[in-house]
Design a protein around this ligand. Structure first.
Ligand code: FAD
Length: 389
């Protein structure tokens, strides 16, 4: 049902025109590739919960693994996240985590040796990292509650603990594990190669969204890594704050992208499906829903474009990132629900793309800090009172 191209132009507010000409040309080329090669193919992978290694390799050739390090603008990077999410939300999760939290962390906080060892393979997507922070017993309260431990013993770190929900945990070459140093109590970042004895990852099956992303439960049982595998710039958790703030904002771009996808599908369906002798698109209530989905998507894009401006000036604050994440994902949830009902019964089957988007929106709403926690971060900023710690 998504064969109709995503045109006429859904970007009614001309956000893409804010890009300089060279980036705009690159944007259009990558968008065409994502629409023609990734979007339709991803539906089968999503239904089967399979990872599309071939598609990822193609995405690497289009430079989607280098967004953090290739010097492109914040707006270009954000609009790439939008277009990958418009094609497939799971792959946009991989591209975002990869750039913001894996490449970004190693580039900003890693040693020269770590950068040389990992960045060339990562940026071409021939190697993958997983970001391992959340634990079975600690999600929203991870910063204070983190239990995974690291003990320096005879020139090696010994890591013990468990992690939950870790994207690419079963297929990555290494996990960036956050563990508490038993000596000083600080949370530090460690590169743990996934073939180390004591690393066990089990895929979490039967997810209602992000089904292409291979999320895992991970057990770390006396895993020994060289002392040099600690990120030297991540000697306490606050050192990762800037990157964690940016990755929170990245989900806002995903929220905009999923809404453009919902608009594409809803518009195409309303023009193809006939009831009462006319296309659905002829009915006023259907047009109102299309206008509302596109209005939500446009509001999200405009908010994120302004966020990119603030990021470019180096002034992004956590409350701004939290507001962008919570607002765009709230609107995304509303937009996909409207799209789902616009497809009637066919909106229930994930063989039609809307059912896939409906499930994926739930993940955007909850990960990278749940909707509620991000709202409370904004609430704390505007009242001076913390309601959650
Ligand atoms: C598909 C998926 C992929 C993920 N990928 C990764 C990954 O790659 N790496 C990683 O480290 N993590 C990942 N996560 C974990 C994700 O970040 C957490 O799920 C999220 O932070 C919420 O934590 P939790 O699930 O433990 O929920 P909980 O913290 O148990 O929260 C449950 C509910 O209680 C609410 N709540 C909690 N505390 C408060 C409070 N003080 N006030 C009001 N409400 C509150 C929450 O908002 C939520 O609605 C992923 C999660 C999912 C579902």
């Amino acid at each position: 049902m998504t064969e109709a191209p995503p045109f006429p132009e859904a970007d009614l507010m001309h956000i893409v025109d804010l890009l300089p000409a060279a980036e705009r040309a690159r944007y259009l080329e990558i968008r065409a590739f994502l629409q023609s090669t990734v979007r339709q193919a991803s539906i089968g992978y999503w239904n089967r919960e399979e990872f599309p290694f071939g598609l990822l390799a193609e995405m690497g050739k289009h430079g989607l693994g280098t967004l953090q390090t290739d010097g492109t603008s914040k707006l270009f990077k954000g609009l790439m996240y939008v277009e990958v999410a418009r094609a497939d939300v799971s792959l946009s999760a991989l591209v975002g985590i990869h750039n913001e939290l894996i490449v970004g962390m190693i580039d900003a906080l890693g040693s020269e040796e770590q950068k040389q060892r990992w960045l060339p393979g990562l940026t071409t997507f021939t190697q993958l990292g997983a970001f391992a922070l959340t634990e079975p017993e600690h999600g929203s309260d991870i910063a204070g509650g983190l239990e995974t431990s690291a003990r320096l013993e005879g020139g090696e770190w010994v890591i013990n603990g468990a992690k939950r929900w870790i994207g690419s945990g079963t297929i990555a070459d290494f996990a960036l594990v956050w563990a508490r140093d038993a000596a000083d109590g600080h949370i530090k970042g460690f590169i743990v190669e996934t073939d180390r004895p004591g690393y066990r990852a089990t895929k979490i099956a039967n997810k209602i969204g992000l089904r292409i992303m291979q999320n895992a439960d991970i057990v770390l049982d006396n895993v020994r890594i060289p002392a040099s595998n600690m990120l030297p710039g991540a000697t306490d958790f606050s050192k990762a704050n800037d990157l964690l703030r940016d990755s929170r904002a990245w989900v806002g771009w995903q929220g905009a992208g999923i809404q453009l996808a919902a608009f594409d599908v809803a518009r195409a369906y309303s023009l193809a499906r006939r009831q009462f002798g006319k296309e659905l698109a002829c009915f006023q209530l259907v047009q109102q829903q299309l206008a509302e989905i596109l209005g939500n998507a446009s509001a999200s894009l405009a908010l994120m474009a302004q966020l990119a401006r603030i990021q470019t000036d180096g002034k992004l604050e956590m409350a701004q990132a939290a507001m962008a994440k919570s607002t765009c994902t709230r609107l995304a949830r509303a937009s996909v629900a409207m799209g789902r009902s616009l497809l009637g019964g066919n909106g229930i089957s994930s063989d039609y793309e809307m059912g896939k988007l409906f499930g994926d929106a739930e993940i955007l709403y909850t990960y990278e800090g749940s909707y509620e926690i991000n709202s409370l971060i904004v609430g704390r900023a505007v009242t001076g009172k913390s309601a959650f710690v």
